[in-house]
Design a protein around this ligand. Structure first.
Ligand code: SF4
Ligand code: SF4
Length: 102
């Protein structure tokens, strides 16, 4: 079972402002889903280093954004999910997602 199977994704993904990012790596260390990677660039001064978002692994929780000391992460809406109207509908969706993932 994929670790993401236990979580519902939000409609958002983080976007990194590379000019504001200080490359402190706090976001990478705080993400429980290993959805952020550090890519080292060619230059020794780290000006080409980048924090990369793995959207397939990200659930859009926003923890990285709220903990970024440089205010370099914003959340972008990428889906328009409709909430379940009833408890039963929510349960049906949950099990339908698990069957589709098998
Ligand atoms: S926490 Fe913010 S400043 Fe630090 S590496 Fe991540 S995006 Fe950059
Ligand atoms: S939004 Fe959540 S899951 Fe996605 S990269 Fe940030 S901390 Fe990780």
């Amino acid at each position: 079972m994929n670790r993401l199977d236990n979580f519902e994704k939000t409609d958002y993904v983080p976007v990194i402002d590379h000019d504001a990012c200080t490359k402190c790596k706090k976001c990478i260390n705080i993400c429980s889903f290993h959805a952020l990677l550090y890519r080292t660039g060619e230059k020794e001064d780290k000006s080409e280093d980048r924090v990369i978002v793995r959207e397939d692994a990200c659930i859009g929780c926003g923890v990285c954004a709220s903990n970024c000391p440089g205010d370099a992460i914003s959340l972008k809406k990428v889906r328009d999910s409709q909430p379940a109207r009833t408890f039963q509908e929510g349960i049906q969706r949950m099990f339908a997602g698990k069957e589709a993932a098998v």
